[in-house]
Every structure is written in C-alpha cells, then in structure tokens.
Ligand binder design. Sequence first.
Ligand SMILES: Cc1cc2nc3c(=O)[nH]c(=O)nc-3n(C[C@H](O)[C@H](O)[C@H](O)COP(=O)(O)O)c2cc1C
Length: 508
Amino acid sequence: MLFYYLTALVLAGLGWLDARYLTLVHYQQAILVCARYTIFVDCGKVLQSPYSAMFGIPLAVIGLINYSLLLLAISASFLTRKKLFSYWLVIQTAGAFLASVYFMYLQIFVIGSLCLYCTGSALISLLLFLIVLVSQKPAVLDVVGMIYQLVIKPVFFWFDAELVHETVINLGQILGRVWLVKSILVFFMKSNRPALHQTLAGISFTGPVGLAAGFDYQAKLTRLLPNLGFGFQTVGTITNRPYGGNPPPRLGRLPKSKSLLVNKGFKNPGASATISRLTNEEFAIPVGISLGRTNSRRLVTQRLSVNDITEAFEKFEHSGLRHAYYELNISCPNLLGKVEFYSTRHLTQLLTALRSQKISRPVFVKMPIEKTDRQFLAMLQIISRFSFMKGVIIGNLQKDRRDPAFDQEEIKRAGRGNFSGKPTWKRSNELIKLTYQAYKRRFVIVGCGGVFSAQDAYEKIKLGASLVQLITGMIYQGPQLIAQINLGLEERLRQDGFRSIQEAIGTA
Ligand SMILES: Cc1cc2nc3c(=O)[nH]c(=O)nc-3n(C[C@H](O)[C@H](O)[C@H](O)COP(=O)(O)O)c2cc1C
C-alpha cells in the first residue's frame, strides 16, 4: 500500500509542477521551452488555441487545482484511511483521466499539434487512475454501485421489467464471450479468499454467494457469472417440457418494498433444449440445475407429475453435462393444476421415485417459506431419510402478503404472483435457524431470500447457512454486490475471530 501511495504522490507532484509551469507561462506571457519543436509538436499552437480554456479559465489553472486537490486527497487517504478520501480519489482520477482523453483527441484531431506538457499530464492522469483502480478496489466497487443506483437502475426501471431482464441476459451472454470484458471483471470482482472456500456435499466452492434459480432460466450466463465473483450458479428452473410462461405481466417491481413480483410459472426452454445449450460447456464454478414439474394442466395427477420430474432428472443424468448438483424445486407457487409435494405422502412418493434413479449428484431441495414451523419440520424429516438429499435451500418466494416488509400501497396494487427480496428475508431466516437447530450439519443449508449486503449474507451464515443465494439484491444494488459481499464477509469473519466460514456457521 505504501508503494502505491508514494507512487501516486510522486506522480501527482510531477503533474502539479507541469501545471504550475504552464500557468506561469500563461500569466507571464513567456515563451514555452518546447514551442515549435517540430510541425506536429507545437505547444504554443495548442496553448494559444481556443481549446486552452474552459469557461474562460485556462486549462493550466484547472490542472493546477486538479493536482493540488489530488495531493490533498492522497495524503488524507494515506493518513486517515477513511473511505471518503478513497471515493474522492476514484471519482477525481476517473474524471481527470476522461478529460485528458478528450484533450488528447482535441490535440491530435482538431488542433493538429501536440503539446508535450499536456501529453505528459495526460500520461500522469492515466497512471494515477490505474494506481487508484489497483489500490482502492473496495472504493471502486462502491462507486460502481453508486453509478448503478443513481444512473443505470433508474433507466432500467423506466422499462418493462421482463424486457429489461431478457435484454440484460442476452447482453450478459455476449459479454461472457469477450475476453477483455471478462478480464476487467475478474480484476475488480473476483479474488481468491481462502477463508471463503468450502467443500460441501463433495463440491468445492471458492465463494459462498450463488445465483438463485429464476434469473438464468435459459442457461445463458454460465460464462459471465464466475467473473463477477459468484461462487456457484443455478440454472433454471428447468422442466421436462418447455413452457412459454404464464400470461403477462410476469414480472413486476415493488421498489419501496425492495421486492419483485414474480408470475413466470417456470417459463423455460425445457430439459432437452437446455442440455443442447450446455453441451460441451466447461464451468468455472459449480453449476446446478433446478428441476421442477412441467407447468401443464395435463399433469393432473401426482403420479403423472412424479413421472414428469423423474424424466427430467433422467435426461440430465444421461446428458454428459458437467453440472455439479441439482435443485429439486417443489415450491414454485405459480403453477397450473392442484398437484403439490408438501404433504408427507406426496413428498415421500417423489423422493422414493428419485432414489430409484440412483442420481449421481447431490440434490438440494428448494423449500417453501409460507409453511408453518410444524409443516416445515415434517417436510425436513421426510427429506432427511433420503441420503442423496444433501441440502435444503431456504427458501422460495413469499406468498404471504401480510409480511411487514411490504409497503402497504405497493402490495395493494400488486397483481397475480409472489414476491422476492426483503419480504422473504425474515421468514427465510427463521426457517434457516429452525433447520440448523434441528439438523445441524445433516443438511447443507443454502440461505436464500432478501440478501442485499454482506451483513445480510453473514446473518444467514451465522443462523446456519453454509452458502447463500440471491437475485433481487443484485437487481436493486447492482452487479458489484457479489464482490462486495465476498469482501465484507471476509472482513466480518476476521473481526469476529473466525478463520473460515465453516467456523461461523450456526454461531448466532
Ligand atoms: C424473477 C424471478 C424468478 C424466479 N424463478 C424461480 C424459479 O424458476 N425457480 C426457483 O426455485 N425459484 C425462483 N425464484 C425464487 C428465487 O430463486 C429466490 O428463492 C427468491 O427470489 C428469494 O431470493 P432473493 O430475495 O434474493 O431474490 C425466482 C425469483 C425471481 C425474482
């Protein structure tokens, strides 16, 4: 760190001397040392051009103020280590870098001459920006989050939620193929943090934050997400047969409640199309496939529904894909027909059918959160009897519109569907605690629901979760959230004297 601060101070000092010289020359009308050095290098021509001042203030003076402020911010940041000065450095060096790119463009393409002093200053701005990017990563992530929340999210929220979702996924699929984008993301978002490594159900996780089912239901983001700091990802929910989705609107926003209204009903391309898309893909992080019952009125009986689900499992088992785990989604609240797997008899029927398939990968059950403690424990008891059921994800969407996290006006206006985000937070936590108290480490508990920060993720871990999943937090806070959670978790573990996540699980 000391090296970065010293280098930044030296560079800002050189920039200050450069700008001071140009300011003196400007006010004393002196002749520049480099004037008319060659045809292309002509400082005088540049500094006497109409572009050498902004709002009547010479750029040399603006440069002098810029470097003076930077010297102040670098020193203050070094001495106090306060985040405020880190934000200041990130924003100012980014601004100075962008401005110097514009000034270089003016010199080369508009004025047709270069000023050596201005070029030197542009080089210094570039180096300072790079040093700040490397040395102030947490502040860079915070600034990205601010830009997302102040600029990008309001633009997204103007448009239809499902349209934005589709567009972002398609863009993500393209970006996932661009090496440069991935490298930049890796630099800022991904880091190797041994305290966050875990091996659970035979799967090695390098980070505890995963993407929950429902965001990448077309399996398009498997190349991009590892670069954002995700430790694992669930694709789906996928069903045996494709489904075009419930009648729109399928997705809505409740910003005051920090929630999304979901009425997709397992919109997905189906098992076979998903397998085709993922064939030959190498996964950089563990990828799970969430499987559920095809949303069709024709599956009128339990037996037909069980057959449909087992058929989907069979397709993936014989697919040759390199996925790491399955999620068994028995808790989607938006399905057609009256079939359910909550009762002990129906759940036993389903799990017995799956056991006979000798599934080769661990299965995690996606649990409902609207059940009472008794009903929930009864389900867990059944699940615990099946050894291939390695974990439970707690949990799915909120059906209960009386949850106190809802803004009353928003919830009154909400249409058909169920809710993600903060209205799932409290109940999900209660059920994580209940499960951990009853079963300790028998299940890998994946905490899911309302994770919007590192503190939220940490609370779920301390209640008993080994991993967390999210969707809504990322939509409200920005894609840098995952890196921020990883960073914040490591910090909290250290502060509380834990060497790893494993030591913190269930300590609340
Ligand atoms: C747009 C959307 C679609 C979802 N679709 C599914 C799904 O297909 N399968 C599933 O198991 N959960 C689905 N969920 C529920 C999430 O996986 C998660 O359980 C829930 O949103 C709570 O997490 P969050 O507050 O971080 O979003 C969906 C959630 C959202 C927001």
